[in-house]
Design a protein around this ligand. Structure first.
Ligand code: SIN
Length: 285
């Protein structure tokens, strides 16, 4: 990997990788990047200059890619690049070019409402606002390891329903009827404590708060237990906030992190392109 420097940004989650041009990553560099991703869960690469083809080519090194989910507008693709999902507040000819607008995006793990969620996501910054729009990452290994013993005992062996009704911006997903009863909503059930298939470490797998349900519990008991878990994971020492610059690429491991985004001034522009890598193993205890 030549003189590449791997610099830990924060103890709990995230590392910055320096000295790598993601347009040309040789096999030894890729092995080091992959190792760093498994070890640190979130990697930041600054000062990149990527076309959509470059982004897709680098993403494919990690595995097969998902096609981008359908946006709130009903549109799916960047012309010619169905793997690219646009996260943006920019409106062209009265129509948003991307998803999530300028509001807050709440804590979530990408597409955990599917039986087979993606293992990795990459977000590449093309335009960023002067302030706001930071993306926060939460270390779900540390969240589990720091959980009070009594709380951990109460969730051991439980399945969690991950709701597929709302996205992290609070918008109802394309083709889904709005409901606030998690027992009947679309979604998938995964163990609330999973084993990461590559690191072998145990991880708290929460997905998102809205419409979640600890399967088998009364709704009220489930809500109380989930509130206790979410109060715990929202502790600031479990997370790291990334303030974006144009040319940043952030790669995260969906199996052991959650992320959220701060709102920003709707009058400024934010344009990000995202890819997602298919998971090879279903979340398992
Ligand atoms: C996402 O949730 O994938 C987007 C996060 C962001 O806009 O920073």
């Amino acid at each position: 990997m030549g003189d590449t420097v791997l610099e830990l940004v924060r103890n709990t989650v995230g590392a910055e990788v320096r000295g790598v041009d993601l347009r040309r990553v040789d096999p030894a560099e890729f092995a080091a990047v992959h190792r760093a991703w498994v070890d640190h869960s979130v990697l930041l690469f600054r000062d990149q200059s990527l076309t959509d083809d470059d982004l897709i080519r680098f993403s494919r090194r990690f595995g097969d890619l998902d096609l981008a989910p359908i946006q709130e507008t009903g549109r799916r693709f960047v012309e010619g690049h169905p793997e690219i999902y646009v996260v943006s507040n920019v409106v062209v000819n009265g129509e948003p070019i991307g998803s999530l607008g300028a509001g807050e995006a709440v804590w979530h793990t990408d597409m955990s409402y599917l039986e087979d969620p993606p293992k990795a996501s990459m977000l590449y910054a093309l335009e960023v606002p002067p302030s706001g729009g930071d993306t926060w990452f939460c270390d779900m290994y540390a969240a589990l390891e720091s959980l009070p013993a009594e709380l951990r005992r109460r969730i051991e062996g439980l399945g969690l329903k991950h709701d597929g009704t709302y996205n992290s911006g609070g918008y109802v997903r394309q083709g889904v009827a709005a409901t606030d009863d998690p027992r009947n909503s679309p979604g998938a059930v995964h163990p609330v404590v999973c084993t990461h298939p590559e690191s072998g470490r145990k991880v708290l797998y929460l997905g998102r708060r809205r419409n979640a349900w600890l399967v088998g519990l009364d709704l009220a008991d489930s809500e109380a237990l989930l509130d206790a878990l979410w109060t715990h994971v929202e502790r600031p020492e479990l997370s790291w906030a990334h303030h974006w610059r144009v040319g940043d690429l952030v790669l995260w491991d969906n199996r052991c992190t959650m992320h959220r985004r701060d709102p920003f001034d709707a009058a400024s522009r934010r344009v990000m392109h995202r890819t997602q890598v298919k998971g090879e193993a279903r979340p398992a205890a």
